[in-house]
Design a protein around this ligand. Structure first.
Ligand SMILES: [Fe+2]
Length: 367
């Protein structure tokens, strides 16, 4: 390790019923005239946020869907521009948070979203985003990324910039108690995938490692608890904070081949992100094992058994789909999925330098 860097720029707050203090927190940050971004399925949670700060929210966009798309980002930006808003208030899961973050690019820089692809394209602060996650998995409330589906190209685009980091994250576990079993399980596995991939990444460093290991502990201890009793507010709190810790870890350490393949499955076959990660995580870990044996040993001591065995045993309790063939992927899609994965930014920090043939083989093992 020759160089390492770490910074947290989001003001992160966690507390039970903290969303009810939204007006005070927005006032402290000087944020006025917000557009609430959410999805129709969790409108009741978004309404709770709006009721908490009625004078500061001047409009609502609630048409975000899973695997958020370019069109929704641009609609959000148009509405925000019409209303001349001063900030975006994102209340939802990863798709909602990423839609708001990507919309901030269009609001500030103009044009269409696709005009702003590439590295170091964003050079100035964007309209601020306040993130209130309603799932415990994405970590997007603190990351510098927004992943958006390009419907035309049927692929996922990752936007990456320090300017995409939300200014404030409010972690309120009471917003996550209503998640059903599948959403709790799949988003929890997404968080675990962030933590494990960040830990073995070529970009990992001492700061991201500490956060990644704390996240692994939190998720392995508390995901089974919330799956047994979704109303356990203490365990929901632990999952929400662990997911945020994992987000902080991978914001600097990046992720790896599991996310590269999972983005491909989401883009081409519309497999939900957490489900794709759940299917691919044991296969990606097994593939990476030879390239990161020391890190695997740390994980083995931490987890109490071989990391792949622990992940498989956790997955067996979750009842999620176990194979790509079960979630709409066709065997003839595998080569195209591998090609998309090889183009995904996440592949560059994978501990094992992957070839196209090897990624096809990993996908085939997961098929
Ligand atoms: Fe993820």
């Amino acid at each position: 390790m020759e160089f390492t860097e770490f910074r947290v720029t989001t003001r992160v707050m966690a507390g039970i019923d903290l969303v009810d203090s939204l007006d005070w927190e927005l006032g402290r940050a000087g944020l006025d005239r917000g557009l609430l971004v959410t999805d129709a399925g969790i409108r009741h949670l978004a309404e709770r946020a709006r009721r908490a700060a009625p004078r500061r929210v001047v409009g609502v966009y609630d048409a975000v869907t899973p695997n958020s798309a370019v069109a929704q980002v641009e609609e959000t930006a148009r509405l925000a521009q019409e209303l001349e808003v001063g900030f975006l208030l994102a209340v939802g899961g990863g798709s909602v948070l990423d839609t708001a973050k990507a919309a901030a690019i269009v609001i500030t820089e103009g044009g269409g979203l696709l005009d702003h692809q590439g590295v170091n394209v964003l050079t100035r602060p964007l309209v601020p985003v306040v993130a209130i996650p309603t799932t415990a998995g994405t970590g997007s409330e603190v990351t510098a990324y927004a992943v958006i589906r390009d419907e035309t190209a049927r692929s996922k685009l990752t936007f990456s910039s320090e300017h995409l980091v939300p200014v404030m994250a409010i972690l309120d576990p009471t917003l996550t108690v209503g998640m059903n079993h599948e959403l709790t399980a799949s988003t929890g596995i997404d968080a675990l995938t962030h933590a494990v991939e960040a830990f073995v990444s070529t970009k990992a460093g001492p700061f991201s490692d500490a956060l990644a290991l704390a996240a692994v502990d939190g998720i392995l201890s508390h995901l089974p608890v919330v799956l047994k009793d979704g109303s356990d507010i203490g365990a929901r709190w632990q999952m929400l904070t662990a997911s945020c810790l994992a987000g902080l870890a991978f914001s600097w350490a990046m992720v790896g081949c599991v996310h590269a393949m999972s983005h491909a499955c989401g883009g081409l076959c519309e497999v939900p992100h957490g489900i794709a990660n759940a299917i691919l995580l044991p296969h990606g870990l097994e593939y990476n094992r030879v390239a990161c044996e020391e890190k695997f040993e740390v994980l083995r001591r931490r987890m109490g058994d071989d990391p792949v065995a622990v992940v498989r045993s956790l997955l067996a309790q979750l009842g999620l789909p176990m194979r790509l063939r079960d979630v709409g992927v066709r065997e003839e899609d595998l080569p195209a999925l591998a090609e998309l994965a090889m183009l995904d930014g996440s592949i560059y920090s994978n501990p094992r330098e992957a070839t196209l043939e090897e990624i096809v083989a990993v996908l085939r093992a997961a098929y």
